[in-house]
Design a protein around this ligand. Structure first.
Ligand SMILES: C[S@@+](CC[C@H](N)C(=O)[O-])C[C@H]1O[C@@H](n2cnc3c(N)ncnc32)[C@H](O)[C@@H]1O
Length: 617
């Protein structure tokens, strides 16, 4: 019988009789066992048996609170359902969970509204006669150290004016004057380089931009994903609650996620962590795997896998059946990948160490049911985790990222079998918010291969851009999803799901000219050094890769894998583009030259004939 979902967490602690995992006496695990970067733990296989005890303990009497309910992976939306735009995930939520979520949402909305109202009152109370600085004042200001409270006030004032420009504008000042001042102030106050702040200013309206930048200043909630190969969420939640971890279900869209508010124990060093009951994982990184919706017994490729957050989720959804090829180009990162696979009890995965662009040659074209490309990117969506992105990214960085991403996505498509009975899908994701790394890459793939965009099966997230400044993307780009910290309280993220329509490598119908800014790339098979790579697949073991070194001159690869400038350092000769006029002029010249040549020929022919005639005579 179901109880009401109003039990407090404290009450749950009392009521829940929780199984504790059996731990080996050597399982005196300390935080020092953990590789902090990837939350990797050296393998503690002892935990595996005890874990299966917990997961098989189906009859344990738990209270019927928000943690109750099936942890079955029915959150995975069937591809057919996705095509119809249905949402089996949210439909299958219990009504008690839904009520609670709604109440939380309503409370949150109320608090947000109150905060907004308060901000508006504060702004209104400020001087209504805000005036932009004169060039002289700006010069003087630039000579002193930055006056942060003043900058903050001015940012608020400019945002206020821009939100009601007609009424509040200063006479003679244009919108551009305000935007320019705002750009400068945001850059000084929050410490962004000119390039990045200008891109952000172009992407978002002023009010939203400030919300986004403010959200980047705060950490996102810590989340964990229950490893359903070993545990059930409600069991895990109970154990952790008893250890003094204050947590809640992540959200209605996930049946395996938990959000951690605070903890009396290091959450990456609990016995349950060591035993592989869960993965510490940002909420956003659940999404591409949910979109991929891998099915049991399939053949799946994870092209850029380390440290394995998504691979281990894929394996759990596949219930360790079928096969996953988990590829990682950076040899150093293989350690974290294999350690996580072992800790989480993943047994259906082959680890490989290639440049992802080589994979179609290694694993075979049209050989996979699904491919996940969680692409190396600029990391502009995860500024709250890595502040250095604010100052380290340049136009060149973004260009090199998107160049590599375009090569990788074609390789991803080439590996998928369009005739797969259960699949035929490619999911592309990045933790970047740049259009060049997201919509432009997908638009490029749509032009180069016979693929179409399908819904991601996620019932939230903003639609991707179909128009961005002068760029026009395929209208179906609205099926892609963007996630933002200020809107969704998760890292900035992008997810797209493609269905391969045929195994032909040709593009479908010829489309309009490549939009500006979308550069041509040589396709993977041509751009990647051809080499005998057959013997390079490894199963959970370290190994040498010579090919990669030759392919990757690599200018400053970041350890975190977010800013990999990995495509060949050799600059390809850029093809000069000619205007229509130039082309027709050159054609005209060619024709004229041919005519002259033809005339000359016939003239000399005539001469020859005449000469011959003379001789004959
Ligand atoms: C965003 S991270 C992947 C995170 C991973 N999917 C997870 O969920 O744990 C991108 C990864 O791509 C790897 N990488 C960079 N260039 C690559 C390439 N050309 N081929 C394959 N992997 C590459 C990086 O080393 C990095 O580990």
């Amino acid at each position: 019988m179901k109880k009401k979902a109003t039990n407090s967490r404290k009450k749950q602690k009392k009521e829940i009789e929780l199984p504790t995992p059996k731990l080996h006496k050597d399982d005196d695990i300390s935080a020092s066992d953990i590789d902090e970067d990837d939350m990797v733990v050296e393998q503690h296989d002892d935990g595996v048996d005890s874990a299966s005890d917990v997961s098989s303990d189906a009859d344990q009497p738990f209270t019927d609170d928000f943690l109750h309910g099936s942890d079955d992976e029915d959150n995975v939306v069937d591809d057919d359902d996705q095509e119809k735009g249905s949402d089996s995930d949210s439909e299958s939520d219990g009504s008690d969970i839904e009520k609670k979520s709604k109440a939380i949402d309503a409370k949150k909305a109320l608090e947000e509204q109150e905060a907004k109202d308060e901000m508006l009152i504060n702004i209104k109370e400020q001087d209504d006669d805000f005036r932009l600085l004169t060039p002289q004042q700006l010069k003087e200001e630039a000579q002193g150290p930055p006056d942060l409270p003043r900058l903050q006030r001015r940012i608020k004032e400019i945002v206020r004016v821009l939100s009601n420009f007609k009424t509040l504008r200063q006479e003679g000042a244009s919108r551009k004057d305000y935007v320019n001042q705002l750009t400068m102030d945001l850059s000084s106050y929050y410490g962004y380089n000119d390039y990045l702040i200008e891109v952000l200013v172009e992407m978002f309206p002023a009010v939203e931009l400030v919300e986004l930048i403010e959200a980047f200043e705060k950490p996102r909630p810590m989340c964990l994903r229950t490893n359903t190969l070993k545990a059930r969420r409600r069991d895990l939640a109970g154990i952790l609650l008893n250890r003094g971890v204050n947590l809640d279900p992540l959200s209605k869209w996930s049946k395996v996620g938990l959000v951690v508010y605070d903890s009396q124990v290091p959450i990456g060093a609990t016995p349950e962590y060591m035993a592989g009951f869960y993965m510490l994982q940002s909420a956003s990184s659940f999404l591409p795997v949910m979109a991929l919706a891998p099915q049991e017994k399939e053949r799946v490729v994870d092209m850029a896998a380390a440290p394995g957050g998504k691979t281990t989720y894929v394996a759990a959804l596949m219930k360790n059946s079928g096969v996953i090829f988990a590829n990682e180009m950076k040899e150093k990162r293989l350690k974290s990948l294999t350690a996580n696979l072992s800790r989480m009890g993943v047994t259906n995965t082959v680890v490989c160490n290639y440049d992802g662009r080589e994979l179609p040659k290694v694993l075979g074209q049209n050989s996979a049911d699904r491919v996940l490309l969680d692409a190396p990117c600029s990391g502009t969506g995860v500024i709250s985790k890595d502040e250095s992105v604010k100052t380290s990214k340049s136009l060149e960085d973004i260009q090199s990222c998107c160049h590599l991403q375009k090569e990788l996505i074609l390789a991803a498509i080439d590996m998928v079998d369009a005739n797969s009975k259960s699949g035929g899908y490619i999911v592309y994701s990045t933790c970047s918010i740049m259009v060049a790394e997201n919509e432009a890459v997908i638009d490029y793939a749509l032009k180069k291969r016979d693929v179409k965009l399908v819904p991601c099966g996620l019932d939230f997230g903003r639609p991707g851009f179909t128009n961005y400044r002068e760029q026009r993307f395929h209208p179906s780009l609205e099926k892609t999803r963007r996630f933002y910290p200020h809107v969704h309280n998760m890292d900035g993220f992008f997810v797209a799901k493609l269905k391969k329509m045929s195994n032909s490598r040709a593009a479908p119908a010829p489309t309009a000219e490549q939009p500006e800014g979308v550069d041509e790339v040589i396709e993977p098979t041509e751009s990647v050094i051809k080499k005998n790579v057959e013997d390079k697949v490894v199963h959970h073991r370290k190994h040498e890769s010579t090919t990669r070194e030759k392919v990757q001159p690599n200018n400053g690869v970041a350890e975190n894998g977010k800013d990999e400038k990995t495509f060949s350092g050799k600059k390809r000769k850029e093809r000069k583009r000619f205007s229509r006029d130039e082309i027709s002029k050159s054609r005209e010249e060619k024709r004229a030259a041919l005519r002259t040549a033809a005339k000359g020929k016939s003239f000399s022919k005539e001469k020859k004939v005449a000469k011959k005639a003379q001789t004959t005579e």
